[in-house]
Design a protein around this ligand. Structure first.
Ligand SMILES: [Zn+2]
Length: 710
């Protein structure tokens, strides 16, 4: 049986899927259009029907149909899988669930609860618009400046102050009491008896449930796709609690939901920014005034899960939390959670042997050893919107919209925010407070990986507390030596397990003929690989069969074989991750499943926790367990390699894959250059040639790193 992913890919043409959002025009072997991921005047976005891949030569994004859906819809892999499976008419349960029966039941229940929610939204909404007793609610919304257009756009509603008005209506629509409770819209009366202050009237109805939301303005909460998953209710008058959200249900996961995300999604992509506010009304008002990239975080604090929802849409997160003391604490907390949630890019930095050789020149053939230091950079820009003291976002927006839009467009960079927040309350003329300021800010400065930036902030601190820059720098260096990690710069030895290194790795190379041209020698490398170990021939047969079905050429097939092998090595020896993460990243994988598995490795191993003793499989969605098993099998259990041999094999494999990826990019570029030359588009030709040169440079870097070991 072909794998789930292959089955989906066979049924969905990447050209059709991309064609839904990009106007494509045939251009030689590819189709061309304007990139949906960056602004451009001349089209540099290409879809290659033959390999079923796409690539933008402007912003360098690329991948297959899964990556496209993930990026375009701003969802993660499991969500993209659900979407594409549904579209392809493939049943996910049949493939992925260990218990398809239960999975089907759960899905049916979820579907039912969604319908229940939709019916409740309509009822609440009608109540707000028409009922006499909602007068106070309507007046409240008006006083907060919410327009009637916004009331309709956000389907705002009202839950009247009765015990079971909604429940009676929904029971009349054919829902069961259990469904009302499961959906978080009602509670059973047993619970009411336990609470001493709660008394339930209306026994004559014979119902066993009463309404969860009473006497509140209702904010329906939708998921990214616009489906109602829960509700937020704000009390009128001095009802307690002031805010009441749906309880945890099958659809509503507390502490991870962002309000208005469905309506903000496109604006977030367009503005390349998400603004996170605290309250429902703040979000509604921000949208009403045109700042549509705004969402509200539901629950008491921003969590990593909130950020997970949006990190596919943008890398710029602007926190606009209330400017009171609690808000400052919440902001610091939010920053930490956001830093945790974003992927880190691991950048290999060649270690300069001595002062003669400049790092910017990359590898040189005669450098003594191929030492590479790995530095981790958080792949996000987190900043803070500064509001006047004592004003909530919605007040600022209504009072001075220009000031608000300016603040949104010019948020305070994280480091500058720390300079303000962490020195608040200090008297910087007092020696003791100067020391305190340095103590609080030096770790922040130390976390900046960019040297030039780091120096600039050091200078800023020196000026601020009038202390000589040099002595501050001495202190910083002392601190950096003493403390290896403070969350942003990672210490890699944490994750290396038995292959502990001191934060540096040596890149061993495969022997390759000198002066080799790109495209020539990729098949020629000799190494301990899949051929030498058991279990591969069966997998090979399967691959061959699949590749015939899906038209993969030999090169892709070969790459997938090596990808399986690398993933297999990593599954068996997770410590190897630290040796390959600086060489390849997700985008270098040709297989959808192997790419996603590598992505999971990246996100698991970049966390603070050291998961060495857990099985990585627990993080793998069930749809990919089969791939994980196949990858393990491709390595075989009785691997003859020892520790050093394993590192060497993994590094060689990663290097080989990186090389293959670069060669593929180059081939694609050559097509485009030929096409652009024929069309006489000289500016495009120049731009593409520039990129081709860059690829050649990277290939040379890889090759000379290999030679160093030879
Ligand atoms: Zn692009």
């Amino acid at each position: 049986m072909a794998s789930l992913i292959d089955t989906i890919k066979a049924k969905i043409d990447v050209v059709d899927e991309v064609g839904l959002v990009v106007a494509l025009r045939k251009s030689g072997k590819s189709l061309q259009g304007h990139c949906p991921f960056h602004n451009e005047r001349t089209p540099s976005f290409h879809v290659f029907p033959e390999s079923q891949t796409w690539r933008c030569f402007g912003c360098q994004e690329g991948g297959d149909v899964f990556t496209f859906v993930e990026k375009q819809q701003g969802v993660d892999f499991p969500e993209a899988l659900r979407y594409l499976a549904e579209k392809a008419g493939v049943s996910l349960e049949a493939y992925s669930s260990p218990n398809p029966e239960r999975e089907r039941e759960t899905n049916a229940l979820k579907e039912r609860l969604r319908k229940l929610n939709e019916d409740a939204v309509l009822w609440f909404h009608q109540m707000l618009l028409r009922s006499k007793e909602a007068a106070e609610a309507r007046a409240y919304l008006q006083s907060r400046g919410v327009s009637s257009e916004s009331v309709i756009a956000f389907s705002l509603g009202y839950a009247p102050d009765h015990w079971d008005a909604l429940s009676r209506y929904l029971l009349g629509q054919g829902y069961t009491e259990q469904e009302l409770v499961d959906g978080g819209l009602a509670r059973t009366r047993e619970m009411a008896k336990v609470g001493s202050s709660v008394r339930v009237s209306g026994e004559e109805q014979g119902g066993g449930v009463y309404d969860y939301f009473r006497g509140r303005i209702i904010f329906p909460i939708r998921d990214m796709r616009g489906r109602v998953i829960g509700f937020g209710g704000r009390a009128l008058g001095d009802g307690q609690p002031k805010y009441l959200n749906s309880p945890q249900t099958l659809l509503f996961e507390k502490n991870s939901v962002l309000y208005a995300l469905d309506m903000a999604r496109d604006a977030i992509k367009l503005a390349k920014q998400v603004v996170i506010v605290e309250g429902y009304v703040d979000a509604v008002i921000a949208h009403q005034y045109g700042t549509k990239q705004t969402v509200a975080c539901i629950g008491s604090a921003i969590t990593e899960k909130h950020i997970q929802q949006i990190k596919k849409l943008t890398k710029q997160v602007t926190l606009a939390l209330d400017p009171d003391a609690a808000g400052v604490a919440a902001t610091e907390h939010g920053i930490q959670e956001a830093l945790k949630a974003f992927d880190r890019t691991v950048v290999p930095v060649p270690v300069v042997a001595n002062n003669r050789s400049a790092a910017s020149k990359g590898y040189r053939r005669n450098e003594p050893r191929g030492m590479i230091r790995l530095e981790e950079v958080v792949d996000a820009e987190i900043n803070v919107l500064q509001l006047p003291a004592g004003e909530d976002p919605d007040e600022v927006i209504r009072r001075d919209f220009v000031a608000w839009t300016y603040a949104v467009a010019h948020p305070l960079p994280l480091i500058d925010y720390y300079f303000v927040a962490r020195t608040a309350g200090l008297n910087l003329r007092e020696p003791a407070d100067k020391t305190e300021a340095a103590k609080r800010l030096l770790p922040v400065i130390g976390s900046i990986s960019d040297r030039v930036k780091r120096d600039a902030y050091l200078r800023k601190l020196a000026t601020m507390i009038s202390i000589e820059e040099r002595s501050l720098n001495d202190e910083l260096q002392r601190m950096l030596r003493g403390q290896k990690s403070n969350g942003v710069i990672a210490k890699f030895s944490d994750h290396t397990g038995q292959y502990r290194s001191s934060g540096s790795v040596t890149v061993p190379g495969e022997k390759s003929p000198g002066g080799e041209q790109p495209g020539a020698g990729e098949e020629s490398a000799k190494m301990n690989g899949p051929e030498e170990v058991g279990g591969i021939s069966q997998a090979k047969d399967q691959r061959r069969q699949e590749s015939r079905t899906f038209g993969l050429d030999k090169r892709i097939k070969d790459r997938i074989k090596w990808e399986d092998y690398l993933i297999g090595l990593l599954l068996q020896n997770p410590g190897l991750w630290s040796h390959v993460c600086g060489i390849i990243n997700d985008g270098d994988f040709a297989g959808t499943d192997t790419r996603e598995l590598y992505h999971i490795f990246n996100s698991v191993y970049q966390r603070d926790s050291s998961p060495l003793f857990q099985s990585i499989e627990q993080f793998v969605p069930s749809a990919l367990l089969e791939t994980a098993a196949r990858a393990r099998e491709s390595v075989g259990s009785g691997s003859p390699l020892d520790g050093a041999g394993l590192v060497k094999a993994a590094v060689q494999c990663a290097t080989r894959l990186k090389r293959a990826r670069l060669l593929q990019s180059n081939t694609e570029l050559q097509y485009l250059i030929r096409g652009a030359t024929e069309a006489g588009e000289s500016a495009t030709v120049r731009q593409l040639q520039q990129q081709s040169l860059e690829i050649h440079r990277q290939l040379r870097t890889i090759d000379s790193a290999m030679h160093l070991q030879g």
